[in-house]
Design a protein around this ligand. Structure first.
Ligand SMILES: [Zn+2]
Length: 529
């Protein structure tokens, strides 16, 4: 190089500077720190949480970014933990008789709001089908019926059989249990009981039973509608409740499938007692900004998110009680930091501003991102897109990259164009029935109308595809949400580097485009923009 004339040298320097590279060593180093046993699994409100935040903030500062919350690198997030105890078991009464149920064998019940005590004596039970109001699907399970002060018995999932409705087998938000509780609360119901079936949940009732009695996490209740109780029941319990009122569960469900059927008062009243013990928890989001280079677009922000929290210290497995969350989501934080560093090294910043936002309490119910989107640091109309990173590819390079929420907004087409230029391709969700679009932090951005994208590792491995597919599958079955989600020698971050290079190109393309991204016409989030 030393024989080249200075002009060529500076040109080369310039070209190199235009393609800042993300490397495996840097990613591995971030993961090593964040997933270290010393951070004790980054449980919300713990010392590990504080250490992770300090690390993230100091890294963003070292890249030359600006603090994202005024002159602060953190946005405090108050969290309320509530542990519920059943003080009087669920009972049901009708003119035909009585029944009582045992938790968690027959049902589960947790607080759905801030009340310290719940005492139901004669709460009226109403069957509301799927409990969905979806104007764009011309579907309404409530009609004009007032369900204030009632308890709703509701089916999980959404009507799936008709491909013309509710995106066929793809689970929309209407199909998630959290939607059922939220819609019941918006309608002023006292409580809601979701009917569990293996098919509609995708997991057995034991999974729900396991969460009974555990602490639940909320943002502090301000003025948002709340229920007194959030409950699930087994299919047998639902059957008993219906029969007690002289109804047949199967008939009620078949009728609900027709759509636009009014709610059915079951002629059953419920009794239940709950004591709720609150705990205040302090955490924070970490955020840094790279200001845009275009004076006209600088007020618009493209947001990169990754949650930094994990499950903390829990039940020991094989003598290890620290849930390190190396893939979930120390790796995503490493990705966020690498993207921030790469963008900060560009000779000219992208036209729009970039907001790098590491959020807390994802594992507790996406609370950090919910808090941010309810209390954004810039007016929400200025947030134009969100790219979320939750888990990097640790198994090696792939031809493809999975796009969760494929086709929902114009970021799909943008990603396809960018991927094609890199000789790769974008694939739709491989498990559309899991509703992954609603299960990480980008969802909260979608809920305030911000077009959001969430990439997952691809499946079409370049080298030794069969082996690597097996290793990837075993991550989900063996290490996911276990103390063994740890950094290991066998990790191959070559795929993560390639995926992040692609994400970097998407980010820059989005931030430099003349027009911001838009939702696909008719999408469930279009009206929120
Ligand atoms: Zn995660």
């Amino acid at each position: 190089m030393k024989h080249l004339p200075p002009t060529v040298l500076s040109l080369l320097g310039c070209l190199c500077a235009q393609t800042p590279s993300i490397d495996e060593h840097t990613l591995a180093a971030h993961v090593r720190f964040l997933s270290s046993d010393l951070l004790e699994g980054r449980g919300v409100g713990t010392r590990g949480d504080e250490l992770a935040r300090l690390y993230l903030a100091t890294q963003l500062q070292s890249f030359g970014l600006q603090p994202g919350n005024g002159d602060q690198w953190q946005q405090p997030v108050p969290i309320l933990g509530i542990t519920s105890e059943v003080t009087a078991p669920l009972t049901a009464r009708s003119s035909g008789g009585e029944a009582s149920f045992t938790a968690p064998d027959d049902y589960t019940a947790v607080a759905g709001g801030p009340a310290a005590e719940v005492a139901w004596r004669d709460a009226e039970l109403v069957f509301v089908g799927y409990g969905i109001t979806a104007p764009e699907q011309r579907w309404d399970d409530f009609g004009g019926t007032d369900v204030r002060g009632k308890v709703l018995l509701v089916m999980n999932n959404d009507p799936a059989d008709d491909p013309e409705r509710f995106a066929g087998k793809t689970r929309l938000y209407y199909g998630r249990w959290s939607y059922k509780f939220e819609e019941a609360a918006r309608r002023g119901a006292l409580g809601a009981i979701v009917i569990h079936t293996n098919d509609s949940a995708g997991y057995p009732f034991q999974v729900i039973q396991a969460s009974h009695g555990r602490e639940n996490f909320w943002l502090p209740f301000e003025r948002q509608p709340a229920l007194e109780v959030r409950s699930w029941c087994s299919e047998d319990t639902a059957r008993t409740l219906c029969t007690l009122g002289g109804h047949d569960l199967d008939e009620l469900r078949a009728r609900a499938e027709l759509g636009n059927q009014p709610p059915v008062p079951l002629g059953v009243t419920l009794g239940l007692g709950l004591r709720n013990i609150p705990r205040e928890i302090a955490s924070a989001n970490v955020l840094g900004v790279l200001p845009g280079s275009d004076a006209n677009l600088r007020d618009q922000y493209v947001v990169v998110t990754a949650h930094f929290d994990h499950l903390g210290i829990g039940k020991p497995r094989n003598g290890d009680a620290i849930y390190n969350g190396a893939v979930d989501n120390a790796s995503g934080c490493a990705g966020l930091l690498a993207l921030a560093q790469a963008c900060s090294r560009l000779p000219t910043a992208p036209r729009r501003s970039l907001l790098f936002l590491a959020v807390t309490a994802e594992e507790s119910g996406l609370l950090g991102s919910q808090f941010y989107t309810q209390h954004p640091t810039v007016p929400k109309q200025q947030l134009v897109a969100n790219f979320n990173v939750d888990g990097l590819n640790i198994w090696g390079r792939t031809e493809d990259l999975e796009f969760i929420g494929f086709g929902k907004n114009s970021l799909t087409a943008l990603a396809e164009t960018v991927a094609a230029a890199a000789g790769r391709r974008i694939e739709p969700d491989s498990n559309p029935d899991l509703g992954l679009f609603y299960r990480s932090d980008h969802f909260n951005f979608a809920r305030i109308g911000v077009p959001a994208a969430y990439f997952k590792a691809g499946r079409d491995f370049v080298d030794r595809p069969a082996d690597r597919r097996r290793m990837k599958a075993s991550y989900t079955t063996v290490h996911y949400h276990q103390p063994s989600d740890e950094l290991a020698d066998w990790w191959n971050l070559g795929g993560a580097v390639a995926d992040l290079d692609l994400l970097l190109a998407c980010l820059r393309t989005c931030a430099d485009a003349d027009e911001p991204p838009t939702w696909t016409a008719g999408d469930e989030f279009e009206a929120l923009r």
